[in-house]
Write a protein that binds this ligand. Structure first.
Ligand SMILES: Cc1ncc(COP(=O)(O)O)c(C=O)c1O
Length: 393
């Protein structure tokens, strides 16, 4: 096994020094040493990829669809994405303004790379999915953290105006609607009000709408409908079609910046795997029912989780979307959600994610994922109940 020549250590990209691997994965690995653990940790659908989508990929392989595609993705696929966005969310992009990527993850990286210069500030309302911050830091940017814990875990126009006033040089804002980890989603009115504030400032918005198909109590309303000239719209099939392992996502935006994103993507990966694009074409063309079915399943589980938590008298954020529930921890732990998560796993064998993994404003909460069967959820919630009983003694 070669060891790094010590003289080379100084050549590392120093921006990586302060960045740690995913805290969520690390915590999950730590508690997973308990063999009897019920894990409600990762944001991974437990459903299978729909059969007709799998068949499309198999057909692609059998047809020797195994070459480089157009770098931004096959034209018919980008057209299918544009059609979907127009009929489903009333947002209008030409196929030329769509780039397909390896998961939404790569869309997020490419978008931020196209915008952020060293020293630039980017506003992130937290708690939020933990990917954006390290990427901004790798690129030499700085995060302006806006705490939403006092406003129902939503960015309000007042909070945004205040952040923009205090940081006039901000180049971008990240919005994740519907939100991981809280399960909250913005109403049409709220999106419109935020859009009005954003429109007054020359900033980009990276709008990660990957859970858009999974809203329960109101329809999803895209920010790209309000301010298309400022939005980089990000979506994918991981959550709506249980396709995390296929690695398929896409990004759309105004044509000038999309030329740059196209170039970044081409230099990074050339293109997405051919047969994955065949599967995605099938999903984008004939897969709307799959998303409705997935949503009905998660909604039923949301109802199960919320009624059980109500019975237990536990405080939580009502998830209007996604497959996550953000639960307040017992007062005896103060804000120490990390310790709470460790002891919960150790004492009753329930695995959750500490809220601080999604930003400081998530402290005092844990996230459970209800992308798990009803049996598993029921057993997991029984264990949470047992732990709460133990604490009360
Ligand atoms: C908000 C959000 N955006 C993006 C992703 C990454 O999606 P993908 O699997 O398409 O890379 C996730 C995954 O958990 C997520 O929660």
């Amino acid at each position: 096994m070669p060891r790094t020549n010590p003289q080379l250590l100084r050549t590392y990209n120093h921006r990586l020094n302060g960045i740690a691997p995913s805290g969520i994965r690390h915590f999950d690995d730590t508690i997973s040493k308990n063999a009897d653990l019920i894990k409600l940790t990762l944001g991974e659908p437990d459903l299978d990829t729909p059969e007709h989508i799998k068949q499309a990929a198999i057909q692609g392989i059998n047809d020797n669809d195994s070459h480089y595609s157009a770098q931004a993705g096959k034209v018919e696929l980008r057209q299918a994405i544009a059609n979907y966005l127009s009929t489903r969310w009333h947002i209008d992009y030409d196929a030329e303004e769509v780039v397909v990527t390896n998961g939404a993850t790569q869309s997020i990286y490419s978008a931020l790379q196209a915008i952020v210069n060293p020293g630039d500030e980017v506003i992130i309302p937290t708690p939020i999915f933990s990917l954006y911050e390290p990427i901004i830091e790798i690129l030499g940017g700085h995060v302006v953290d806006v705490d939403t814990s006092q406003t129902g875990f939503k960015l309000t126009p007042a909070l945004l105006e205040d952040a923009l006033k205090q940081h006039p040089g901000v180049v971008a804002l990240v919005i994740n609607d519907p939100n991981n980890p809280t399960g909250v989603s913005y109403t049409e009115d709220e999106v419109k009000q935020l859009g009005q504030v954003i429109a007054k400032s020359p900033i980009w918005v990276l709008s990660d709408e990957i859970y858009g198909e999974l809203t329960f109590d109101h329809d999803h309303y895209s920010l790209a409908r309000e301010i298309p000239d400022q939005v980089l719209y990000i979506n994918g099939l991981s959550k709506s079609h249980a396709m995390t392992g296929w690695r398929f996502g896409y990004i759309c935006g105004p044509s000038e910046i999309m030329q740059r994103i196209k170039m970044i993507n081409a230099y990074m990966v050339t293109c997405v795997a051919d047969n994955v694009q065949d599967a995605a074409l099938e999903a984008m063309t004939n897969g709307q029912e799959d998303a409705y079915e997935a949503k009905a399943i998660y909604q039923k589980r949301r109802d199960l989780v919320s009624s059980r938590l109500d019975e237990m008298g536990v405080e939580y954020v009502m998830p209007t979307s996604t497959f996550y529930c953000f639960i307040k921890i017992d007062d005896s732990y103060g804000k120490d959600d990390y310790q709470f998560g460790l002891v919960l796993a150790e004492k009753v064998g329930l695995g959750v994610i500490p809220g601080r993994m999604f930003g400081k404003s998530g402290e005092g909460y844990i996230r459970i994922s209800f992308a798990a069967s009803e049996e598993k959820l029921t057993a997991g919630l029984d264990r949470l109940n047992k732990f709460i009983q133990l604490l009360g003694k």
